[in-house]
Design a protein around this ligand. Structure first.
Ligand SMILES: *[C@@H]1O[C@H](CO)[C@@H](O)[C@H](O)[C@H]1NC(C)=O
Ligand SMILES: *[C@@H]1O[C@H](CO)[C@@H](O)[C@H](O)[C@H]1NC(C)=O
Ligand SMILES: *[C@@H]1O[C@H](CO)[C@@H](O)[C@H](O)[C@H]1NC(C)=O
Ligand SMILES: *[C@@H]1O[C@H](CO)[C@@H](O)[C@H](O)[C@H]1NC(C)=O
Ligand SMILES: *[C@@H]1O[C@H](CO)[C@@H](O)[C@H](O)[C@H]1NC(C)=O
Ligand SMILES: *[C@@H]1O[C@H](CO)[C@@H](O)[C@H](O)[C@H]1NC(C)=O
Ligand SMILES: *[C@@H]1O[C@H](CO)[C@@H](O)[C@H](O)[C@H]1NC(C)=O
Ligand SMILES: *[C@@H]1O[C@H](CO)[C@@H](O)[C@H](O)[C@H]1NC(C)=O
Ligand SMILES: *[C@@H]1O[C@H](CO)[C@@H](O)[C@H](O)[C@H]1NC(C)=O
Length: 396
């Protein structure tokens, strides 16, 4: 019986030191089919298992259902296939990392791991997780050839990081309700559709280069921020989100037309929306009351309204290249006069040549209603915020 077709003959000795008692305090390194047979013969193996870096193909098919420790397949540039036919549980890490030739990772019974790392796998196109992993606290999938995440169906997780998998075009976690630490998605397929239909609570959410986002149930972001960057999506909507403990940032999304956070009331740090060149209205914050950091919104929008806004603690910067009517005079200036917006660090202007983010001054007005006297084209590239406030006052 040969589990290891290409096992080095000298190493292919049947029986092994860790076969007898199915446990090992340290890490057992599998170098031969004999080692593999030994481990595969245990229902539960207590201790961590590593696969030697020169083994080209390995099977732990057998009685093995649980590894009470880690399973590490790392830095192996020969391995093309790995299987563990009955393995259900890895109580520690399952790490498959730096295995560029690996084309088949067959673990049809796997359901539970503490953490799963799939890293630098240039040939792995699909996961052979037939039953599907339903429990995994820390998930990291980076630099693989995977085209889908079929085989990973989590309900809760602490930390999810899926990055640089250029062929993943769909990231959906249909049953995920809670992410307790971080959700980071970046630079997968540029049009990747992202869907978390049941996600209610999360901490830091950061997404780069996504094509669409579906988070209908998300209601709170605890002790973290929410950011969407450099993405080709056309709309961002979080209809049930009421509070974000950290910052809300929507930045550099060239096709974005619609930002709507219909239930959002409080932002615990900065609220920044900038350089979304197609965004031509900013009416998607109808319930926003309280911003504990800066409110910094700039762009080319002709409609802007935050009718429930009561207080901004940090800088207030609202700049648009389009005419925004009299919303500054009618709504924001009075709020500033009541000291609900920061007096010194306040800019509210439309009809600008170029809308700037907070801290970058105010460019000249095109000569709209607001600032008839302003020099056309005048740009003050970098000016302290209190000076910006002063500048605005001097113009009036
Ligand atoms: C979601 O959970 C339901 C019920 O627990 C289950 O039947 C279904 O297979 C799960 N879906 C996924 C994608 O895991
Ligand atoms: C995302 O979904 C849209 C609409 O269903 C579809 O047209 C598009 O092809 C999907 N993106 C990818 C990368 O599959
Ligand atoms: C999410 O998980 C945290 C920590 O386990 C818990 O405190 C919180 O109540 C959960 N939230 C939801 C909506 O399940
Ligand atoms: C957005 O789409 C354009 C054109 O399809 C593409 O060139 C660009 O790489 C995409 N950007 C991102 C961040 O995916
Ligand atoms: C939105 O939140 C409300 C109240 O918390 C809840 O009843 C409703 O089911 C949520 N909507 C979705 C789509 O989850
Ligand atoms: C969220 O991210 C910020 C910045 O990366 C970090 O300082 C903070 O600790 C994170 N919060 C959580 C809950 O992970
Ligand atoms: C604004 O966004 C465009 C396209 O997304 C990008 O090329 C440019 O560098 C961004 N500008 C800044 C100041 O970040
Ligand atoms: C923006 O998106 C929200 C939520 O999807 C929708 O209700 C609203 O009509 C959209 N606004 C525009 C101008 O498309
Ligand atoms: C700003 O928006 C207006 C109206 O939507 C449009 O005509 C104009 O070209 C835009 N300006 C820039 C610099 O994109």
């Amino acid at each position: 019986m040969s589990f290891l077709r290409y096992a080095l003959p000298a190493l292919a000795v049947a029986g092994s030191v860790f076969a007898d008692d199915c446990s090992n305090k340290g890490t057992s390194t599998i170098k031969s089919s004999g080692d593999a047979t030994g481990v595969a013969g245990c229902k539960t193996f207590k201790g961590s298992v590593a696969i030697a870096t020169d083994v080209p193909e390995l099977s732990l098919d057998g009685k093995l259902e649980e590894i009470d420790g880690d399973l590490l397949i790392e830095e192996n540039d020969k391995m093309v296939r790995f299987s563990a036919g009955n393995l259900k549980t890895v109580t520690g890490k399952l790490s498959v990392s730096g295995v560029p030739e690996l084309a088949a990772l067959t673990m049809p019974a796997l359901e539970e791991v503490d953490s799963l790392t799939l890293l630098n796998l240039a040939n792995l196109r699909e996961l052979g997780f037939t039953k599907g992993i339903s429990k995994c606290d820390t998930l990291r999938i980076e630099n693989t050839r995977l085209s889908s995440l079929n085989g990973i169906n989590l309900e809760e997780a602490a930390d999810i990081n899926i990055a640089n998998n250029g062929e993943i075009d769909n990231i959906s976690f249909m049953n995920m309700t809670n992410i307790t630490s971080k959700l980071t998605l970046s630079y997968n397929n540029a049009q990747v559709n992202v869907s978390f239909p049941k996600l209610e609570a999360a901490n830091n959410i950061s997404m780069r280069a996504i094509g669409s986002l579906d988070i209908p149930a998300l209601s709170e972001i605890n002790s973290g921020s929410f950011g969407i960057f450099e993405s080709n999506l056309t709309s961002v909507s979080a209809p049930n989100l009421t509070k974000i403990d950290g910052a809300l940032v929507v930045y550099n999304n060239p096709l974005l037309k619609n930002v709507s956070f219909d239930a959002l009331e409080t932002v615990g740090a900065d609220l920044r929306i900038a350089n979304n060149t197609k965004l031509n209205e900013m009416e998607g914050l109808p319930k926003l009351k309280n911003v504990q950091g800066a409110l910094d919104i700039s762009g080319n929008f002709s409609k802007v309204a935050t009718p429930d806004l009561e207080y901004v603690k940090g800088v207030f910067n609202l700049q648009s290249e389009s005419d925004i009517g009299d919303v500054c005079e009618k709504f924001y200036d009075p709020l500033k006069d009541k000291k609900k917006l920061p007096k010194g660090d306040y800019v509210c202007e439309g009809d600008l040549d170029k809308a700037q983010t907070a801290g970058n001054g105010v460019s000249g007005s095109k000569g709209g209603d607001d600032d008839e006297g302003a020099a056309v084209g005048l740009t003050i590239p970098s000016i302290s915020l209190s000076l910006v406030g002063l500048f605005a006052v001097l113009l009036l």
